[in-house]
Ligand binder design. Sequence first.
Ligand code: AMP
Length: 205
Amino acid sequence: MQYNIKQKVMLNIILFGPPGSGKGTQSENLIEKYGLNHISTGDILRAEIKNETELGKEAKGYIDAGKLVPDETVINMLAKKVDEGLGNNAKGFIFDGFPRTIPQAEALDDMMETKNLEIDCLLALEVGKEELVKRILNRGKTSGRSDDTDEGIIQQRVEEYENKTAPIADYYGKQGKLKTIKGEGSIEDTFDLLCDAIKQGVSSN
Ligand code: AMP
């Protein structure tokens, strides 16, 4: 945990893991407990698509194909949301679904540094591949998400995660900020593990 110029204590967490690992569900619980601003790049992109903005039109093709949206687009989008959150008297941030590539992680670290802030820890939810696909297909029955219903697209999303996103765990591991959490238990058990990891992450900084 660190102090910004105004001596405000902030907690900045990255909730990390493959699609279907429970990031969205656990974010909701963490926001409530810690009073954090939630920044989910997936949610922001879906809202842009719904509002038929230029950004939404650009993102839709990538999302529907199970591919990542280009770095520059999401990085610019994120910077705007962080500024809005700081204006909101944020107690901190929970980044959900960002960063998803090494260049995004580097951009996030740089951006935080310019604001005299820092990522406290990256909480990595671990869930096996079969369980992920099962969970996403199940979510697809009610989520209305076009990328949650087709098994081929889900596989593509998992592949993008393995190729481009998984290396981020190591990137933060080298900074001593990686906490891995078993994500196959109940929502409550996983939440308890996350809270324990946050306590450790904050006290070790
Ligand atoms: P999510 O809701 O986090 O599973 O994201 C859904 C989709 O939005 C992903 O499959 C990507 O196409 C896109 N997306 C969300 N966040 C990012 C990001 N940080 N970088 C690139 N694409 C993203």
